[in-house]
Design a protein around this ligand. Structure first.
Ligand SMILES: NC(=O)c1ccc[n+]([C@@H]2O[C@H](COP(=O)([O-])OP(=O)(O)OC[C@H]3O[C@@H](n4cnc5c(N)ncnc54)[C@H](OP(=O)(O)O)[C@@H]3O)[C@@H](O)[C@H]2O)c1
Length: 362
């Protein structure tokens, strides 16, 4: 397989730190640029991050001494040094949109964790196992941007990384009419730890800004189709979501209720989940979980602490599938929000883009 030089834009953030640990020792990717705001630029990565390193693994030696570049002012120089960038920055949406387009126009593909471009019609929003065919829109996007190799591809929000994968194969087989979901989301999703957010100890906050809209709207783009030079969102199912912040370090759980067009069979669904494979499994990508969807028969599983790290935090755990009194079925599911739900999902997307020839080394 080809080797790729990678830049991490937003390297000092929570997601950026994950990118550092996930690219450390990666068989295809070598991180050669770390970039952040002008506050961090010019410092070594170790100085810039100070006490903010929040990963379980120690900071890799190669990262410590790397000089942080300015993600905005040095964009051209960064684009010239790398084959593509991962991007996860905390800026205003219009600034992020402009920054990502700047990199793309400098002929540098952008694999983004940010939400700014998720609803740009020719930007694919991809869960690699679910809608890899949306990458075909990249040609139309390049035409609009006037680029040869530069484009933007995004991953979807962390809240839906458990229930969209579980529902997708059922949607194809039984037809999905209606979904109600309640998410229980970890504090790392807000870039926080219990040290930096002590108010979350022994507490639940019933509001996460913008999250319910994303949880209801993004699945429809993922389930949509490429039509001409845009991705058209699916018209159904109708979705409603409530998203709660809970006192958990990592791992988003979702309680799901759903109604189908055709009568579903519980044992058949378990078999469908067990046998479900996507493009990453077929291509045997480095971060692809061997088993994507795990079903647990035990009544008290999956559990966040026990199962969020299944397959390196890249698998989805499902349990408690049973009939409901108002919907056809209900179940719970779990995914690791900063691995599968953020940096890990973006690394898997980058692996897919490289394996499918959308990103070539320069
Ligand atoms: N946390 C999650 O689980 C999660 C999941 C999915 C998506 N996301 C998305 O990923 C993005 C980053 O989230 P995060 O939790 O990693 O945020 P974070 O911890 O607050 O980190 C933000 C990063 O952005 C950089 N930055 C801030 N202002 C900048 C500017 N003006 N120019 C260039 N860089 C700037 C920061 O650099 P300095 O250190 O120099 O300030 C830092 O590297 C957000 O869009 C978020 O919505 C997060």
């Amino acid at each position: 397989m080809n080797q790729y030089k990678v830049g991490i834009v937003g390297a000092t953030g929570m997601v950026g730190q994950r990118f550092i640990t996930l690219t450390d020792g990666h068989p295809w990717f070598t991180t050669v640029v770390l970039a952040a705001s002008s506050r961090s630029a010019g410092k070594t990565y170790e100085q810039a991050i100070g006490a903010r390193w929040a990963m379980e693994a120690p900071m890799p030696e190669w990262a410590k001494s790397m000089t942080v570049m300015d993600a905005v002012a040095d964009a051209k120089a960064i684009a010239d040094m790398v084959d593509f960038v991962f991007c996860a920055v905390d800026m205003k949406k219009d600034e992020i949109r402009a920054l990502e387009e700047t990199y793309a126009k400098y002929e540098c593909p952008v694999v983004s964790n940010n939400s700014a471009h998720r609803f740009t019609p020719d930007v694919p929003m991809v869960i690699p196992e679910i809608n890899p065919e949306h990458l075909a829109i990249i040609d139309a996007q390049k035409k609009r941007l006037g680029t040869k190799r530069g484009f933007i591809a995004v991953k979807s929000n962390c809240s839906l990384q458990s229930y969209v994968p579980a529902l997708s194969p059922l949607k194809d087989i039984y037809g999905l009419n209606k979904v109600l979901v309640c998410t229980y989301q970890a504090i790392s999703g807000a870039g926080k730890t219990f040290e930096t957010w002590p108010e979350m100890v022994d507490n639940v906050i019933p509001y996460i800004g913008g999250e319910e809209e994303k949880s209801e709207q993004e699945p429809l783009k993922i389930w949509g189709s490429v039509q001409g030079n845009q991705i058209v969102s699916a018209a159904s199912p109708s979705l409603t979501a409530q998203c709660l912040r809970v006192p958990i370090s990592n791992g988003h759980m979702a309680a799901v209720f759903c109604t189908f067009e055709r009568k579903p069979d519980i044992e058949e669904i378990k078999k469908i989940w067990k046998e479900f494979k996507g493009r990453p499994q077929v291509l045997n990508l480095p971060h692809a979980p061997k088993q994507f969807l795990y079903y647990f028969e035990e009544n008290d599983m999956p559990q966040t602490r026990l199962h969020r790290m299944l397959e390196g935090g890249m698998a989805v755990s499902v349990g408690r599938l049973r009939p409901d009194t108002q919907y056809d079925l209900k179940f719970v599911c779990l995914s690791h929000n900063t691995l599968r739900g953020a940096a890990g999902g973006a690394v898997l997307l980058a692996e897919l883009l490289c394996a499918e020839g959308y990103i070539d080394p320069k």
